[in-house]
Design a protein around this ligand. Structure first.
Ligand SMILES: [Zn+2]
Length: 279
């Protein structure tokens, strides 16, 4: 998907700073930006009240960097304004461009469930808040350098049993929209890392069971939940395609599957358009 989009360019009035952007962006999805420059100074990308610093590297025409930006599932504006800002010794070079947004409507799912499965004890709630704090802290200290490359690997081959962004209602009450995808797989099915990175969390969490968080650098994090087995440890570097664990049914689930979340620049996005190959 990322490779086949029509690319439009925006060039600054004075310098050589230039951005390639897709024709459209979509709410709940990531989009690729390529920055071209004539120097290796860092470039600050700004969009939707967020920012990301990238470091251009030398290529055949000068210097360039790729980055994934993202729009939240509930982004409702007609376009998103993207700016690239480069500080030179002689001044600041800026390019700005508006990218039209195609609005995707995500499905709703209404379920009637026994109250005991919805309401949590104080002990379990406290445990959940403690785990959320650990995740939040990790997400605030990500690696700056990019370790991922275009084309992510689907972690298991099984079909999608629940897609990204589904808004679930339990007994009429809205829950958080589905932050990732559920992929079918029997207990014991090998799970592969979707890109190169470093394991930042490998631990048992209340809702998501045995969970692995991989930091791929430059704001990209992948999350694998409900595992029956860990095959990597916290702090360990991993390669794209490396088996990191096995599918299971740990945490609050009704059966074995892989819940997979991809976070890009602080928001969860639909990983499906980013997969370029099966594993
Ligand atoms: Zn899920």
């Amino acid at each position: 998907m990322l490779l086949c989009v029509i690319l439009l360019s925006a060039t600054s009035a004075l310098g050589a700073l230039r951005m390639e952007l897709p024709e459209n962006a979509v709410n709940g999805r990531a989009f690729l930006v390529t920055v071209h420059s004539d120097s290796e100074f860092p470039v600050l990308l700004k969009w939707d009240a967020r920012e990301l610093m990238v470091n251009p590297v030398q290529d055949k025409d000068g210097y360039s960097a790729i980055a994934l930006l993202s729009l939240p599932r509930d982004f409702s504006k007609k376009s998103v304004t993207v700016s690239a800002i480069e500080e030179h010794v002689s001044g600041t070079d800026t390019v700005t461009r508006a990218v039209p947004v195609k609005h995707k409507k995500y499905r709703e799912q209404h379920l009637n469930v026994n109250r005991k499965y919805v309401e949590l004890s104080k002990k379990n709630l406290d445990r959940h808040y403690g785990e959320q704090a650990v995740v939040k802290k990790m997400l605030s200290s990500l690696q700056v350098e990019r370790m991922w490359d275009r084309g992510f690997l689907r972690p298991v081959n099984g079909g999608v049993s629940s897609e990204f962004g589904v808004q679930r209602f339990f007994n009429g009450k809205p829950r958080k929209p589905h932050s990732g995808i559920d992929l079918r797989g029997k207990t014991g099915t090998p799970i592969k890392a979707c890109a190169d990175g470093v394991v930042r969390i490998a631990d048992d969490h209340f809702f998501s069971g045995n969970s692995i968080y991989i930091d791929h650098g430059q704001g990209v994090v992948s999350v694998y939940c409900h595992l029956s087995k860990f095959l990597v440890k916290e702090g360990e570097p991993v390669k794209k395609g490396q088996v990191i664990g096995k599918v299971g049914a740990t945490g609050r689930v009704t059966g074995p599957h892989l819940h997979f979340t991809l976070k890009v620049a602080g928001v969860s996005v639909d990983p499906m358009p980013l997969f370029s190959e099966k594993n």
